[in-house]
Design a protein around this ligand. Structure first.
Ligand code: AKG
Ligand code: FE2
Length: 184
């Protein structure tokens, strides 16, 4: 498990580095400098089969509160992405392929150049589903500001502050608001 976490971490950092360098000066703008092993984590998901309805959520629609997320799904499928704010599209699993989702923090950092993808998992009536997911996150005191330097869409915030807002909204409203809370 340690080796898997290390490999996922290396891969996530490599992808994050490429995506952040694509947007600007690698020496000052690379987000991986703020990434932390203490807040990044691996999650093992198990979705029991649900005989009642194919319309039952395994995981409700959400965006990830990470820089980016790497998903290793099994063969069952059922991960869906929301396209153009309206249509749910299924991701067909390919043997040996990983799925990389942009998270909320990368969206804020890139000033909306990269979009945090809304996604959900539906249950399967005849099969359990499993996935291994790695969330690349910064340390709690890292400041997330726009990398573009002008006309930022979001005010700067720390990852700790973001997590606190999300927890508060989930408790008080029953759902995550996320980035819109930080809109300027
Ligand atoms: O199981 C999956 O395919 C996705 C899991 C996911 O979105 C999550 O754990 O946040
Ligand atoms: Fe997710």
């Amino acid at each position: 498990m340690d080796k898997l976490a290390t490999d996922m971490s290396n891969l996530a950092n490599t992808i994050a580095r490429s995506l952040s360098e694509y947007l600007g000066d690698p020496s000052t703008r690379c987000i991986t400098k703020s990434c932390s092993k203490s807040t990044s984590f691996l999650r093992l998901n198990h979705y029991p089969n649900c005989p009642f309805s194919e319309e039952t959520f395994g995981l409700v629609p959400h965006t990830d509160s990470s820089y980016l997320t790497i998903v290793h799904p099994d063969k069952v499928g059922k991960l869906q992405l929301k396209i153009n704010d309206s249509k749910w599209v299924s991701v067909r699993p390919k043997p040996g392929a990983l799925i990389v989702n942009i998270g909320d923090l990368f969206q804020a950092w890139s000033n909306d150049v990269y979009k945090s993808v809304e996604h959900r998992v539906m249950t399967h009536s005849g099969a359990d589903r499993h996935s291994i997911v790695y969330f690349l996150c910064p340390s709690y005191d890292s400041l997330i500001g726009s990398c573009t330097g002008h006309s930022p869409i979001y005010r700067s915030f720390t990852f700790g502050e973001f997590r606190k807002e999300v927890d508060k909204d989930v408790k008080q409203l029953g759902c995550k608001v996320g980035l819109p809370r930080f809109h300027l």
